[in-house]
Design a protein. Structure first.
Length: 275
């Protein structure tokens, strides 16, 4: 799967990921102590959905486009407010920009982006922002090099790989294990595509066998995941989920399931490992 993000920004999977990201960051902000965010595959930070790349697929029109056009009961207002503030659809915020918009003065964001052109674009987005640092480096390697964060004992590690490699699920599981080993008290959130169920089951099994505790998976599918050549849904694995997050996230994903064009959308939550 080639998931060069500019072509798919604002689609249903992006909405799903960003809704859950907002809920996690809201939970971290409930306590006054500082928190840090490490975004390992940050992209360019801001996407023009009316531009050439997003226009080739038009996926955003069935995702954030629909949410902005009409009321979406159950979708967190905080997410939609951030999207509007960023200037969508001409400027849809990626995960690093959403995180930066939610930082308090005591918090910090670290972004990693390996692609040279994308990392330059990301630096331009955050130029002059002292709370954000951008590293032109491999996100998986950054898990060992940049964790635990020096600035805070609390935080989020967001792992959102492009899934361009055939072994990406295995790399993602290894990355989660590294992040947990280096930052056991942090929240770790990892996005993955759902095309068919077999790779997802193997991924979950590897996490279950890793010995890491307190893991949940929230998933949204717009159609039955039976076609391995099509993005039928997406999921977010969360280690150390905040209190109440699963219930809030599941409620939001049920609202997003209405994006399904034929009414077969489903949302679910699975406990992979107990606390």
């Amino acid at each position: 799967m080639n998931y060069r993000h500019a072509f798919h920004a604002g689609n249903f999977a992006d909405c799903m990921k960003h809704v859950l990201l907002v809920l996690i960051l809201q939970a971290l902000a409930r306590k006054p102590a500082a928190f840090s965010v490490l975004d390992t595959h940050a992209g360019i930070g801001r996407y023009n959905l009316t531009g050439e790349q997003a226009g080739r697929t038009g996926e955003w029109r069935a995702g954030i486009g629909r949410l902005l056009e009409s009321a979406a009961p159950g979708v967190p207002d905080a997410y939609l407010d951030l999207v509007r503030r960023a200037g969508a659809p001409a400027a849809y915020p990626g995960s690093p920009l959403i995180a930066a918009m939610m930082l308090r003065p005591q918090d910090r964001l670290v972004c990693c982006e390996l692609h040279p052109e994308d990392s330059r674009a990301l630096r331009a987005v955050f130029a002059g922002n002292p709370q954000v640092s951008v590293h032109a480096r491999d996100g998986y390697q950054a898990l060992g090099a940049l964790l635990p964060p020096r600035e805070a004992k609390r935080g989020l590690v967001l792992i959102d790989p492009p899934f361009e490699q055939p072994d990406e699920f295995a790399r993602l599981a290894a990355g989660i294990a590294t992040a947990h080993r280096r930052f056991a008290t942090g929240i770790i959130a990892a996005w993955y595509p759902i095309k068919n169920r077999a790779p997802v089951r193997a991924f979950r099994d590897s996490l279950r066998d890793s010995g890491i505790r307190d893991i949940v998976a929230l998933e949204l599918t717009l159609r039955p995941p039976l076609d391995p050549a099509r993005l039928n849904g997406s999921g977010l694995v969360v280690v150390n989920p905040p209190y109440g997050f699963v219930e809030q996230g599941l409620s939001a994903l049920r609202a997003l399931a209405h994006l399904s064009p034929d009414g077969t959308g489903e949302a679910g939550a699975t406990r992979i490992a107990g606390e």
